[in-house]
Write a protein that binds this ligand. Sequence first.
Ligand SMILES: Cc1cc2nc3c(=O)[nH]c(=O)nc-3n(C[C@H](O)[C@H](O)[C@H](O)COP(=O)(O)OP(=O)(O)OC[C@H]3O[C@@H](n4cnc5c(N)ncnc54)[C@H](O)[C@@H]3O)c2cc1C
Length: 435
Amino acid sequence: MRAMNADVGILGGGLSGLSLAALLGRDAEVLEATDTPGGLARTFGRNGFLSDIGGHIMFSKDQEVLDLMVAALGDNVAKRRRNNKILYQGRYVKYPFENGLDALPKEDAYDCLISFLQNDAKPPPHANFEEWMYFTLGRGITDRYLLPYNRKIWKRDPKQMGTEWVERVPRPPLEDVVKSAIGIETEGYLHQLYFHYPIHGGIESLPRAFAAQARARGHRVVTGCRVEKIRRSAGGWVVNDEREYRHLVTTMPILPFLLTLADVPGPVMEAARKLEYNSLRVVMLGIDRREGLDELTAAYVPDPALLAHRVCFNNAFSPELAPPGCASLQCEITTNPGDGVFELDDDTLAARVHAELVSVGILRATDRVVEQMVQRERFAYVVYDLGYAARVKLIADYLASLGMHAAGRFAEYRYINMDACIRRTLDLSRELDRG
Ligand SMILES: Cc1cc2nc3c(=O)[nH]c(=O)nc-3n(C[C@H](O)[C@H](O)[C@H](O)COP(=O)(O)OP(=O)(O)OC[C@H]3O[C@@H](n4cnc5c(N)ncnc54)[C@H](O)[C@@H]3O)c2cc1C
């Protein structure tokens, strides 16, 4: 008889897989396809210029999880204040938009305010995301900012998107919107006004810290091991015909995971194939100037004429993400095959993004790009289209019928941040440890 490789096999070594291994008391082994664990929470770079895969900050309303993330980093963590702006028609408006109305021309601010206060939009239940936006923030704010920004990041008409995920978008207190329109300073999205971030090494320091904790518990993190085939055995599950586990937890994206199994029912497979997502390009530019490029944390860019929907100023996250006197910027671009951006090669994409940053004044024509890199991620954003809920339920029920556990952003198919991933792995570790 084959000896079990571990009690629990964890498929995928992103933040979910690694945090689960760090938390589990039972013997566990993590199988990660790439050579560098961390998944979407990796950090890439060259010659002292570093960038995450999209700006990653640590924040949470879940204090237990936040404490756990911060503690995992030990001394390698600092607390910082968000300073995000929206680049709206050539001017910077405080983020979120409803907290920055006084930066708009007076007529626009009035229109945003009056349509927020006298909102005649359709009340709940809302059939789609667009209806929800009009109801929650009114016509003025929705037409000027929310609709163009969301069309750009989601690459879809918000009428074709569901509302299952909108609790992520906090609803502003009425007093804040009125105050912001008349110029009294307010802050929105308070749960992320202050955030934690590693001092060295970018956000990848967090999954690395969990990997170290997992190893310290005696678990294995196996890299360069792509899960391709899974079958049942008498004692549990066999992976790639060579490794056996009593329990399996998948943190891999659903479709590639289901493709490893034989005999998945047709409707489940079809549901998985229809799950929608957006891919991502992150263009990192290393600039030979720091001054003026580390004050904002991020600029949101609703203008559809520009490629990036968000520019993050990495040195506002940590001064160490670029050599002294230089700055690291990252531009996030959602994309899908056939949209003309997906097909661009890295140099063309980076040159276009650079020219656009100069055109809107984020960079000066005299700034020199001393480093550039483009990172490509296939699975970046879960999209809640109108068929989402039924499909995800069908798949989750099927996995439960097999006795398999799913944890993580693309394994559970939820638009979740690191904190919700860790909440899930914390709960799952307790469940598995109870036996
Ligand atoms: C642009 C962007 C910005 C974000 N900003 C924030 C933020 O500010 N704050 C925040 O808290 N969160 C943020 N997030 C979310 C955060 O990155 C994710 O919630 C989290 O990293 C997901 O971790 P995961 O382990 O569930 O999934 P992933 O990171 O997707 O990990 C899955 C792992 O499975 C591996 N894998 C896939 N197929 C196989 C296979 N066949 N065999 C073995 N391994 C396989 C992959 O290589 C990967 O390592 C952001 C995400 C994005 C895209």
